[in-house]
Write a protein that binds this ligand. Structure first.
Ligand SMILES: [Zn+2]
Ligand SMILES: [Zn+2]
Ligand SMILES: [Zn+2]
Length: 328
């Protein structure tokens, strides 16, 4: 995917706006007991937490990555979720018993102490029936040892095996695949290019706060569907809430580009939460006629600007106006 296409993606814009706002932020993986490694910040932004997007942006040089560890995955399904078990090194069975083991020299029988132990405390060989008297002469103790209940072999150290929680495949450590784990940060070398394409919310807060708005960057808003949506910013004044998305870059803003915003608007405007809401789409791109009509039909207000400074001024002007765009 080309870089410009990448920047048109809603999830990319959401993440980069947030990262530009929090430039020291490092996104580190955490192990979730049911889903494997995830990036919690992505989840909070309403994005796929698996980290695919981070890898895509790292490939384009927008993020830098650093290896922070490795983890074992199932060789069959690549799931990182597994249970560690002990297994017989001879047959692989996990049906093991551990205990004090005795070897009878007389007949060579080897077994757990409990098989030899008599009610009076003496030891008798369960195989040949002889009584064991002198340690070192009649018998010896082999210590705490494992016995495989499947194949009958004794051994000191069981093998470690992993049972995949997802596909139930059983594998040894050397059969599993190691996968690297990365943390990601914004690449300082990409900042200049980024700031032409993506505007970060706090660029606008000063202007709006001067006009009496309470501004929050990257607010999470729950829609009627229960899904959480993230906008570029929220500005509140006198009980009216403005939810704004800002698209940077040059060129034409197509109806395809604004579809994700419209989806959010529909879901959020149907939600009973909060007071009166106005939705604003601001961009340094040119709205095509089609986009203009589409956006209008959903009662969304538009700000079209030449550049960042122009956008700041026009957005503040629109939000300061008392008369909302009539919502049909
Ligand atoms: Zn065995
Ligand atoms: Zn014996
Ligand atoms: Zn598996």
């Amino acid at each position: 995917m080309s870089t410009s296409k990448l920047f048109e993606r809603e999830d990319v814009r959401t993440l980069l706006e947030w990262l530009l706002e929090n430039q020291d932020m490092e996104l580190s993986p955490e192990l979730d007991p049911s889903r494997g490694y995830i990036y919690p910040e992505l989840e909070l932004l309403g994005l796929d937490p698996s980290g695919k997007i981070l890898e895509e942006l790292a490939k384009q040089g927008i993020l830098t990555k650093e290896k922070v560890g490795e983890y074992l995955v199932c060789p069959k399904c690549e799931s990182p979720l597994h249970i560690t078990q002990q297994a017989c090194p001879y047959c692989g069975s996990s049906n093991l018993q551990k205990g004090e083991v005795i070897e009878h020299y007389g007949c060579g029988y080897v077994g757990f102490e409990e098989e030899f132990l008599q009610p009076d405390g003496s030891l008798k060989c369960p195989s040949c029936g002889k009584t064991l008297r002198l340690i070192g002469k009649d018998y010896r103790r082999l210590g705490d040892i494992f016995k495989c209940k499947s194949c009958g072999n004794f051994f000191e150290a069981p093998e470690k095996v992993y049972l995949c929680v997802k596909c139930h495949h059983k594998f040894k450590e050397k059969e599993g695949k190691m996968k690297p784990l990365y943390s990601y940060k914004i690449n300082p070398d990409a900042l200049r290019k980024l700031s032409e394409l993506i505007f970060w919310p706090s660029m606008f807060s000063g202007e709006l706060e001067n006009r009496g708005f309470k501004v929050v960057g990257k607010p999470s808003v729950r829609g009627k569907s229960g899904v959480t949506h993230t906008f570029s910013l929220r500005a509140k004044k006198n009980g009216t809430e403005y939810l704004v998305d800002i698209y940077g870059g040059k060129g034409v803003l197509s109806s395809e580009n604004v579809a994700p915003f419209i989806t959010k608007v529909i879901d959020v405007s149907r939600s009973p939460e909060g007071g009166e809401k106005r939705f604003v789409l601001a961009s340094t791109k040119k709205f095509s006629k089609e986009t203009r009509n589409l956006v209008k039909s959903f009662g969304i207000e538009m700000v079209e600007a030449k550049d960042l400074e122009d956008l700041k001024k026009k957005l503040a002007g629109l939000l300061g106006s008392e008369i909302p765009f009539p919502i049909s």
